[in-house]
Write a protein that binds this ligand. Structure first.
Ligand code: BES
Ligand code: MG
Ligand code: ZN
Length: 499
C-alpha cells in the first residue's frame, strides 16, 4: 500500500485541499507558477512574516478557492536552502497540520532553477521530510492525541510530475524502512528480549523475499561464538544471531562478477553495563542499544521491496547485557569465533564483543566485497561529534568517502574518524590476545573501532558509530522523540550508488 505520497500538477486554483503549503525564501521568489507567486506577494505584505527559517503564516481562505488554508513557510535565504532545509520545512508543516487535526496537505514545490537543486532532490526532500515527520509513536498510549495525515501531495509542473511519477512510491518505500527501524528502537526492552526481537524481525522479513536463519544458544555454542555467549550470559533471555539474506540471484544463474555486501548491526536489547553496571543517568534510554540491528534489518527488508541489484546480507547479533550470578566478569577470558582470546576489561564494552563474533562469521561465511557495521558503540563518539553526527572509521578511504557523501545527500551526517594504528597497543592484554577495554579513557571511539578491526581480516570494511544520532529524547523537525532510524536512508543511498 504505497499511496500516501502523491505528485500532482494542473491548475493551482483548482486544487482541493485542507492546507496548501507555500515555501517562501526571505530574499527571492522561488516559484515559477504566477498563481503561486501572486499568493507569496500577498504574504509578503504581512510584516511579521519574512520567509526566515521557522517563520510561518497561516491564512484561512474563505474566498471560494479550493483550499481552506494557505500555510506560508519560511525557507530562509535561497543560497543556504538545500535538501535538508526542505525536509525540515516539510516536517514542520506536517506537524502543524497534525496539530490542527487535518487529514491531508499539499506542498507547492519550488523551482529548481531558483534553488540550485534538481527537481529530483526537491521533490524527494519534501516527500521525505513530510512522510518521516508524519510518524507518531503512540503504540503504548490509550489516548491517541495526534493523528497522522492520510495523504501528502506535492504540486509541481506537468512535465516534472510526469518525469518523476516513480519517485513517490520509491521514497515511501525507503522512508517506511526508517519508520520500521524507529519502531523497533523505541519499543521498550521488556517487549524486545533477543528472541522476541529476532522473531519480530523475521516476521517482517518473511513477508518479503528474504531468506533467514537464526542461531540460538545451542548453535552459538556449537559454532564457538564465545563473545556473543559471554555478553548474553547474565540475562535470562538468551542471545541469538540472525542472518537475513537478500539475494536477487537466488533462483537464477548468478553473474560471475557478483558482488556481495554484508551489513552487521549491534543488537543489545538493553545495555545495563553488566557487572560493570552503568551509573543511573547512563542507564536512561539504553533500550536504544540495538539501533544498529534495527537499521540493518530494516535495510534488508527495504532492499527486497526495492528489488536491489545485488546481494546484501545482514548479520545481526542480538543479546541483553545484564548483571547476575551467571554474568561474565571483569577479568574473564573468552574465546571468540575467530579463535582469538579476549580479556574482559569491562563488561560495559559489550558491543565490540558481539560484533567481533558477528564480523568474523560474516567474513568466513560470505567473503564479502564490502563489510559495514552499524553500532551504538561508544559514548566517546558522542563526546567527539555530538548527538547528530555519526563517526565513520574505515580501512579504505574510498569507502569512508562514499559513506560521508551518501550521508550528505540524505541528511544523515557522517564524519570520518581515524583508525590510528599506534593506539592498538592500548588494547594489549597481559593474559589474552587482546583486551576489550583500552588502558586509557581518551580516544574511546577510536580504540573501540581498532578492536573491531582485529576481526575483519583483509575485508574492505567500514564501521559507523551511531551512538549519538540513533536516538533522540526530544523531537526534531522530521523525527519524533525516540529512535531515529539513522542509517537506513544512508545505506540505501550508499548501496544504490555503489559501482
Ligand atoms: N552502548 C554503549 C555506548 C553508548 C553510550 C551508546 C551512550 C549510546 C549512548 C556501549 O556499550 C558502552 O557502554 N560503551 C562504553 C565503553 C567503555 C566501557 C569502554 C562507553 O562508551 O562508556
Ligand atoms: Mg556498554
Ligand atoms: Zn552498548
Amino acid at each position: 500500500m504505497l499511496n500516501m505520497l502523491k505528485l500532482i500538477s494542473g491548475e493551482l486554483l483548482k486544487i482541493k485541499t485542507d492546507c496548501l503549503v507555500v515555501p517562501v525564501c526571505e530574499d527571492v521568489e522561488i516559484h515559477d507558477d504566477p498563481a503561486i507567486a501572486a499568493l507569496v506577494e500577498s504574504a509578503r505584505k504581512i510584516k511579521e512574516f519574512k520567509g526566515k527559517t521557522d517563520d510561518s503564516l497561516l491564512f484561512y481562505d474563505s474566498s471560494g478557492s479550493g483550499f481552506s488554508r494557505i500555510l506560508f513557510a519560511g525557507l530562509g535565504k535561497h543560497k543556504k536552502s538545500n535538501a535538508e532545509s526542505l525536509r525540515r520545512l516539510a516536517g514542520k508543516c506536517v506537524h502543524q497540520a497534525i496539530n490542527k487535526n487535518l487529514s491531508e496537505i499539499v506542498f507547492c514545490a519550488p523551482s529548481p532553477a531558483k534553488l540550485d537543486l534538481t527537481h529530483e532532490s526537491i521533490l524527494t526532500a519534501i516527500f521525505e521530510g513530510a512522510f518521516l515527520g508524519n510518524h507518531v509513536f503512540d503504540k503504548y498510549k490509550k489516548e491517541k492525541s495526534e493523528n497522522p495525515l492520510k495523504t501528502i501531495s506535492v504540486f509541481t509542473d506537468a512535465e516534472a510530475a510526469k518525469a518523476w511519477r516513480h519517485l513517490p512510491p520509491r521514497v515511501e518505500t525507503i522512508c517506511k524502512g526508517t519508520l520500521l527501524a524507529r519502531e523497533w528502537v523505541s519499543m521498550p526492552s521488556n517487549e524486545k528480549q533477543p528472541d522476541r526481537l529476532v522473531r519480530s524481525m523475521v516476521k517482517a522479513a518473511e513477508k518479503e523475499d528474504l531468506s533467514f536463519s537464526i542461531l540460538d544458544e545451542k548453535s552459538l555454542k556449537q559454532n564457538g561464538m564465545g563473545a556473543i555467549l559471554a555478553v548474553g550470559a547474565g540475562s535470562r533471555s538468551k542471545p541469538r544471531l540472525l542472518i537475513l539474506d537478500y539475494n536477487p540471484f537466488k533462483n537464477k544463474k548468478a553473474p560471475k562478477t557478483r558482488k556481495i555486501v554484508v551489513l552487521v548491526g549491534k543488537g543489545v536489547t538493553f545495555d545495563s553495563g553488566g557487572i560493570n553496571l552503568k551509573p543511573p543517568a547512563s542507564l536512561d534510554d539504553m533500550k536504544m542499544d540495538m539501533s544498529g540491528a534495527a537499521s540493518v534489518a530494516a535495510i534488508l527488508i527495504t532492499l527486497s521491496r526495492l528489488k536491489h541489484r545485488f546481494r546484501v546480507v545482514g548479520v545481526i547479533p542480538v543479546v541483553e547485557n545484564m548483571p547476575s550470578g551467571e554474568a561474565v566478569r571483569p577479568g574473564d577470558i573468552i574465546k571468540t569465533y575467530s579463535g582469538k582470546t579476549v580479556e574482559i576489561g569491562n563488561t560495559d564494552a559489550e558491543g565490540r564483543l558481539i560484533l567481533a563474533d558477528a564480523m568474523s562469521y560474516a567474513v568466513k561465511m560470505f567473503k564479502p566485497d564490502v563489510l559495514i557495521d552499524l553500532a551504538t558503540l561508544t559514548g566517546a563518539c558522542v563526546v567527539a561529534l555530538g548527538e547528530k553526527i555519526a563517526g565513520v572509521f574505515s580501512t579504505e578511504e574510498r569507502l569512508a568517502k562514499a559513506i560521508v557523501k551518501a550521508g550528505d545527500a540524505v541528511g544523515e551526517i557522517c564524519w570520518p574518524m581515524p583508525l590510528f594504528d599506534d593506539y592498538k597497543k592500548l588494547l594489549k592484554s597481559e593474559f589474552a590476545d587482546i583486551n576489550n577495554m583500552s588502558s586509557t579513557r581518551w580516544g574511546g571511539a577510536i580504540t573501540a573501532a581498532l578492536f573491531l578491526s582485529e576481526f575483519v581480516e583483509r575485508t574492505p570494511w567500514a564501521h559507523i558509530d551511531i551512538a549519538g544520532p540513533a536516538y533522540s529524547k526530544k523531537a526534531d523537525d522530521y523525527c519524533g522523540p525516540g529512535g531515529t532510524g539513522f542509517g537506513v536512508r544512508l545505506l540505501i543511498d550508499f548501496l544504490n550508488k555503489m559501482e
